[in-house]
Design a binder for this molecule. Structure first.
Ligand SMILES: Cc1ncc(COP(=O)(O)O)c(C=O)c1O
Length: 318
């Protein structure tokens, strides 16, 4: 178990974030699986768990200097929300191609987006440029305090559904599944942890199948899962993910519409990935799919709902 976050740390993180966050419901579906509705958290994704956990673990003096992260989406919103709740400033380095609603969302939450080109962003990260900034930098997935916060999802699942046998999770940088996996490994080692990506960016399934990270350009509606390969996460994911599933992009597009219509759950692409993966898993085990986020562009949602109702299952490009 390399680098596994101790259960006690996950429990402490859960205690720290409790005053600020919801215990999200587990929704039973007609198909028999359960949906863990993390999209109901403030800012519409699980990310606030990790950012609250990390920010509240900081010494007061470092927290007061403010928070900083790098993200095109949900981590940016979560960082701004957490900073506002804690009464400290926040700046987020964002690629200049980030969706306008996410950039606006950061501003609305009182944060300051710093828009840079993708090349500048990668160089900023590679040079650890945050070390020269006044705020405290919180890494969106590699920070163990962030992962400990996400581990709270694992604790809740075991409490809410003690008979759970399988948990299915979307993977980007890997912080979400590393946290949930750490909790389950220590509380319920027999639970199977399933990692999911789209075939529009199958970075981790191919890395593990081929022994090295492939060069890929993302082409998926699951934009939350398109983080670049990070060697620091490789060992952790190798240890905690029992099975990988790659979802064909047309099945993912259909799953967004199916979740909305059948379960009344409006998920973004990354959030719907685990639901879309269920059809590829052997039936039987008591299964939870973590629906991690709901920040979908309204125009894309409208197109996916229209596709869901089109006969012959045609799926035009977005
Ligand atoms: C909605 C959603 N699901 C899943 C993920 C993947 O999380 P991680 O990068 O920790 O693997 C993200 C990451 O941004 C996300 O926004």
């Amino acid at each position: 178990m390399p680098d596994v976050i101790p259960l006690e740390e996950i429990r402490r993180a859960a205690g720290r974030v409790e005053p600020f966050l919801a215990r999200t419901p587990l929704l039973p579906t007609d198909g028999g699986a359960w949906l863990k509705l993390e999209l109901l958290q403030p800012t519409g994704s699980f990310k606030v768990r990790g950012f609250f956990a990390a920010a509240l673990a900081l010494p007061e003096e470092r927290r007061r200097r403010g928070l900083m992260t790098v993200s095109a989406g949900n981590a940016a919103l979560a960082c701004a929300h957490v900073a506002r709740r804690l009464g400290v400033p926040c700046r987020v380095v964002m690629p200049d191609g980030a969706p306008a609603p996410k950039v606006e969302g950061v501003r609305r939450l009182g944060g300051t987006p710093l828009l840079v080109s993708r090349e500048e962003l990668l160089a900023w990260l590679a040079d650890r440029s945050w070390e020269g900034e006044p705020e405290t930098f919180i890494h969106p997935f590699a920070d163990p305090a962030v992962q400990a916060g996400h581990g709270g999802i694992g604790l809740e699942i075991v409490e809410q559904l003690p008979e759970v046998e399988r948990v299915v999770v979307a993977v980007g940088g890997g912080g979400l599944i590393a946290g949930i996996g750490a909790a389950l490994e220590q509380l319920r080692p027999s639970v199977e942890v399933v990692g999911v990506q789209s075939d529009g960016y199958p970075l981790w399934p191919r890395t593990f199948a081929e022994g090295r990270p492939p060069a890929l350009t993302p082409s998926t509606i699951a934009d939350g899962t398109t983080a670049p390969y990070d060697a620091a996460m490789h060992g952790r994911l190798a240890a905690c993910v029992d099975r990988w599933v790659t979802v064909p992009e047309p099945r993912l597009r259909a799953a967004v519409g199916e979740l909305a219509v059948r379960s009344r759950v409006v998920a973004e692409g990354a959030g719907a990935l685990p639901a879309a993966a269920l059809e590829q898993l052997p039936p039987g085990p008591v299964t939870v799919a973590v629906i991690s986020g709901g920040n979908i562009d309204p125009g894309l949602l409208a197109r996916l709902l229209a596709e869901a109702h089109r006969p012959h299952g045609r799926h035009p490009a977005s």
